[in-house]
Design a protein around this ligand. Sequence first.
Ligand SMILES: NC(=O)c1ccc[n+]([C@@H]2O[C@H](COP(=O)([O-])OP(=O)(O)OC[C@H]3O[C@@H](n4cnc5c(N)ncnc54)[C@H](OP(=O)(O)O)[C@@H]3O)[C@@H](O)[C@H]2O)c1
Length: 416
Amino acid sequence: MASLTVGLLAAAAAVAGVAVLAHRANMGAFIPPPMHGKTVLITGGTTGLGLESAKRLAKAGAKVIITARSDTKGQTAVQDIQDYCTGTDDGTVDVSYQILELDQLESTKAAAEWQIPTKIDVLMLNAGIMAPAKLQMSHLGVEQQMHTNHLGHFVLTASLLPFLNENARIVVVSSLAHTFPSYTGGLKLDQAWKPEPYIPVRSYGYSKLANVYFASQLNARSSYTAVSLHPGTVATDLARQITSYKPLQNFFSKTLVPISTSLGLLLTPAQGANTQVYLASTTDNLVGGGYYTGMKLQTLGGFATDPALGELLWKQSEEISGVKFQFDTAGAAKEAEAKATEATTAEEATDTKAATEEEATEATTTEEATEAATEEKEAAATTEAATTTEEATEATTAEEEATEETSTEEAAAAEE
Ligand SMILES: NC(=O)c1ccc[n+]([C@@H]2O[C@H](COP(=O)([O-])OP(=O)(O)OC[C@H]3O[C@@H](n4cnc5c(N)ncnc54)[C@H](OP(=O)(O)O)[C@@H]3O)[C@@H](O)[C@H]2O)c1
C-alpha cells in the first residue's frame, strides 16, 4: 500500500513537472503598450535581459538609452535594437548608448554630465554580475558584486536625479537570490561589503537583497515609484564568471544552457524579460516598493522589509561612496500634493493628506519635503492595498509555490 502511494505521488509530481515545463515552453513575450513620448534608460543594455528589454521597449515607441562598457559593445547593441525594430509602424526608432562602468565611482558620478535631452520616465537598473569564482574587491574596498549590483546603481541613480521625471518609475532587477541571506541570518552589512570568508553565491544574494531594499527605500524617500523584481531563471551569460576555467565556461554556455532551455528548464531571454518590460511599460498602478515575479506582485519576507536595515544600507552606501541623494524639493512637495488629491477614499489617507499638505507647504529644506512625500505615499499605498486584495492573494500563493519548489541550494544551482 505504501509503495502504491509513493508511486502515485511520484507519477503526480512527474505530470505536474511536465505541465510546468510545457507552460514555460509556451510562454510568450509580453508586448508592451505604446510607449511613444517616453524615455527609458537601461543599464547593461548590451546583452541578456537588458538588451531584450531595450528591443521591446524601443519597438513600442520609447526613446531608449542603454549603457555599455565600451563603444564597440554600445554600437553593436544599438544596431541590434534597430534591426529588431525594422518594420516598426511609424518607422521611428530612437536608441542610443552611454558609457558606464558601475564598479567605478567616477564613471557612475559622470552620469550627471550625460547629454540627455528629455526627462527620463523609466530607469531600469538591470546590469549585474553573478558569483565570480574568486573574491574581487573594488577600488572602494567593496566586494565586486555588492559594488556593481548595488552601490554602482545607488550612485548612478543619485547622479541622474536632475534628469528624472518627477513621476519616474525605477525598476530594479533583483533576483530570487535575494532570499539566500534569509538562511544565514539576513542582510549582514559588514559581510555584504567585505565578506569573510568569501562565498560567491552568498555575496550575490546580499547584493540582490540590497537591490530590494534600495527599491523600497527610494520609493519611500522620493516622488518616484520604485519596484524590484525577479525575472525567472533565464538562459543568459550571467554565469560567465562562476568559473575561470575556459572549457567549463564553454560547456555551460554552449551545451548546458541551450539544452536546459530546450527542455524548458530555463526561460529564454524573451520570456525572462517579461516582468521588467511589464513594470517599465504597464499603465496598471504599481505598488511602490513592491517586489514582482511573473508580472505579479509577490510578498516579501520579513528579512527583506526591515525599514531600519533599509535605512542603514542607505546611510552606509552614502558614506562609502561619498554621494548623497539631493531630491528636488519642489518635485517632492508637488508629488505629495498630487498624491493627496488622489487619496480621497480612505479616511486614514485623508487625515494624512491634511498633515502632509501642511508639512509640504512648510517644507523649506530638501529633507522636510522628502519626508512629506514619503508620508503621503504611505497613505496612497494604504488605499491601493485595500483594492488589491485579490492580487495580493495570488501573489502569496505564487510565493508559497516558489518556496515549496526551490530550496536555497537548488535556487543557487538553478541561477548558476
Ligand atoms: N539570468 C538570470 O537567470 C537572472 C536571474 C535573476 C536575476 N537576474 C538579474 O538580471 C540582470 C541582468 O542579467 P542577465 O541575465 O541579462 O546577465 P548578462 O547577460 O550577463 O547581462 C549583464 C549586463 O550587465 C553589464 N555589466 C556587468 N558588469 C557591469 C559593470 N561593472 N558596469 C556596467 N555594466 C555591467 C554587462 O555588460 P558586459 O556585457 O559588458 O559585461 C551586461 O550588459 C542582473 O542584474 C541579474 O542579477 C538574472
